[in-house]
Ligand binder design. Structure first.
Ligand code: SAH
Length: 237
């Protein structure tokens, strides 16, 4: 069992991080692995509906929207969501979500970007339908390891038949750092998604740097996978 298997972070701890400005996971630029692999995700389609689980204030949302795609994100931190719209200079409106008590949705004025402020596990295809693309960065690696099966089941239930799910993971020596981000190995990806999806490793890069050195790590590999619904499952649908 991994040293991180029993780590649990409460939602309030994430909100505290936002309130204290401890958002070192945020990248001010479009993620290089999304950029490198975008063609494989888009696959010639136009106006793809993208899902961003645990979206934070990822600038990738605006980047895709500017290309004509639409984006739906889920994020617990209202502060993070408001920072996203402010930093991207986007006017937005906010309204309650009838299907999820207590949740609000923040929508850009042009309707291309919607961010649901709620616990991810309250979200479902009944709220905003299914998706043609998913960008999972800082999401599977951020949820509590004990919730992975629940997470994978939810994400697969949000995939349209033609959905292309780009999954970004990190691997490092889990004895040296408690996470998040938590280590997700190729074996873990197969265990969680292999039942429903075909999985292809697209890219594996050395992503070690000062940030990781300073927390005591000696190496870090980032891997990006493409997940598509298994064709045998499509026939059964
Ligand atoms: N994907 C973003 C953010 C990664 S950090 C990026 O790459 O920058 C993980 C984010 O998930 C945090 O912003 C945290 O507030 C949010 N979060 C964690 N658990 C959540 C949950 N169960 N439901 C909704 N948001 C959650």
């Amino acid at each position: 069992m991994s040293a991180q298997a029993n780590r649990v972070m409460a939602l309030s701890e994430w909100e505290d991080r936002w309130n204290e400005g401890k958002t070192g996971f945020h990248r001010p630029e479009v993620h290089n692995l999304l950029e490198n692999n975008l063609d494989k995700v888009i696959c010639g389609r136009k106006e793809v509906r993208f899902f961003f689980p645990l979206c934070g204030k990822a600038v990738d949302m605006k980047w895709l929207a500017d290309m004509g795609h639409t984006v739906v994100g889920v994020e617990i931190s209202e502060k993070g969501i408001k920072q996203f719209f402010a930093e991207q200079n986007l006017a937005f409106n906010e309204e309650p979500v009838a299907a999820i008590p207590g949740a609000n949705v923040f929508k850009s004025a042009d309707g291309k970007i919607s961010i649901y402020q709620c616990d991810l596990y309250k979200f479902s295809s009944a709220v905003a339908g299914k998706f043609g693309g998913i960008w999972d960065r800082g999401a599977l690696v951020a949820i509590n390891p004990c919730d992975r099966q629940k997470y994978a089941t939810l994400l697969m239930s949000l995939m349209n038949n033609d959905c292309r799910y780009l999954l970004d993971t990190v691997e490092y020596n889990s004895e040296l750092y408690k996470g998040p981000p938590f280590v997700v190995s190729e074996e873990d990806v197969k265990n969680e998604f292999g039942g429903g999806c075909d999985i292809e490793l697209l890219e594996s890069v050395d992503a070690f740097g000062e940030k990781y050195k300073s927390v005591g790590l000696d190496s870090l590999t980032e891997k990006v996978y493409l997940l598509i619904i298994k064709s045998t499952n499509l026939l059964q649908k």
